[in-house]
Design a protein around this ligand. Sequence first.
Ligand SMILES: [Zn+2]
Length: 89
Amino acid sequence: MRVRQRRRNRATGTVVEVVDATDATEPFDPADGGRWATVCVDHGGVAQHPTLALARSWAADPTGWCDDCRHGRPTINERCLGLPAGAGR
Ligand SMILES: [Zn+2]
């Protein structure tokens, strides 16, 4: 995975990455909205952008493109930790 930027957002507490969608290891198709993708690692939210500058700009505020960040929902990790033993089956 070619990560160009990885930062924890101060407002949401989630980790946000900027990745190159042309990297063969990425599951994103550049034709779907741009070569660059912002990824909310803690929620799995994704948005694609045509330029790296735009991606970096959007990465600063995941509440603009990650629904779970916007609604202050718990992260994937928090949800798993909250499951009673055996409830994840
Ligand atoms: Zn998020």
